[in-house]
Write a protein that binds this ligand. Structure first.
Ligand SMILES: Nc1ncnc2c1ncn2[C@@H]1O[C@H](COP(=O)(O)OP(=O)(O)O)[C@@H](O)[C@H]1O
Ligand SMILES: [Mg+2]
Length: 270
């Protein structure tokens, strides 16, 4: 069982050495990657997925449990401990979702009952991540971006059960992000998210800050940031409710005003 993954720094776009020379990520951690567009976030997670060994444009090296990963990881997909969910995943398969999941689960186990239970769990998980229902009979090619992403995250987490899951910018994809984080925390894995959502960053255990192709900081989330994330999440929930209510022709009431004021007062004291 993998316990730790290490990223040894390389160099930035201008060949200067990476300021953060070593990052160790442990099982159970949720890590965000933040930074402006073009700063190298996708490149960073690709390095992890490729088990870079000084052989990518960044010069980074990846160690698993302190050692160079064995060649089988690259050669045999069933041994590869990493699942990467990219921004541009297209399915070649035109199978219905249920068949896709059954085939996939069948690789892991011969037990029919187990296959059914894995399928059910995966669909249930996917449906908690997205508001657009994913059902077994839909064809893979007919899924929306959000449904696709939700299904892939669920598949990687439950059926493939890889210890390391990398996610490139899940935003704008119709995924309940904070819910996803809560759910994923129940599984002991290393999750690495590229994100522009400050809440996701603050709800993570730590964040990797990128600039000009380099990791410039590794910031562990502290108690104040955690508190702040909670408060901001409530603001966001309030806004979501507001948006939905107004859109559906509803009104806000004095009760809503009081509820909001009470929250704000409580937070100021906390
Ligand atoms: N350390 C690096 N050295 C050289 N080129 C890099 C480095 N990091 C990123 N790049 C290049 O910079 C460009 C933008 O990187 P990318 O990872 O797509 O950024 P982001 O995902 O943050 O928008 C890509 O062409 C990538 O190959
Ligand atoms: Mg990118």
């Amino acid at each position: 069982m993998i316990q730790q993954i290490t990223i040894l720094g390389g160099h930035g776009k201008d060949s200067t050495p990476e300021p953060v020379a070593r990052i160790d990520l442990s099982m159970g951690q949720v890590i965000s990657i933040v930074g402006p567009t073009g700063s190298g976030k996708t490149t960073f997670i690709n390095d992890i997925e490729l088990f870079a060994n000084g052989d990518t444009p960044t010069g980074r090296r990846i160690l698993i449990d302190g050692k160079t990963p064995p060649a089988q990881y690259r050669e045999d997909p069933s041994l590869n401990p990493i699942a990467l969910i990219t921004q541009h995943t297209n399915f070649l398969s035109d199978l219905p979702v249920g068949e896709f999941l059954r085939t996939h689960a069948g690789i892991r186990t011969n037990d029919g009952g187990m296959v059914s239970s894995l399928m059910e769990k995966t669909l249930d998980f996917a449906n908690q991540l997205t508001g657009e229902p994913v059902i077994a009979s839909i064809r893979m090619t007919e899924l929306s971006g959000g449904q696709t992403r939700a299904l892939l995250i669920a598949d990687a987490t439950i059926i493939c059960n890889t210890p390391i899951v990398l996610l490139d910018e899940v935003e704008n994809a119709g995924i309940h992000r904070t819910r996803a984080l809560e759910l994923l925390r129940q599984y002991k894995k290393i999750f690495v998210f590229v994100t522009h959502d400050p809440r996701i960053a603050l709800l993570s255990d730590a964040r990797i800050v990128m600039q000009n192709g380099c990791v410039t900081q590794f910031i562990e989330t502290d108690a104040a940031e955690r508190l702040f994330a909670g408060a901001v999440t409530r603001i966001d929930d309030t806004l979501t409710k507001l948006r939905e209510r107004i859109r559906m022709g509803g009104r806000m009431t004095m009760e809503d005003v009081r509820e909001h004021a009470a929250f704000t007062a409580m937070e100021a004291k906390a």
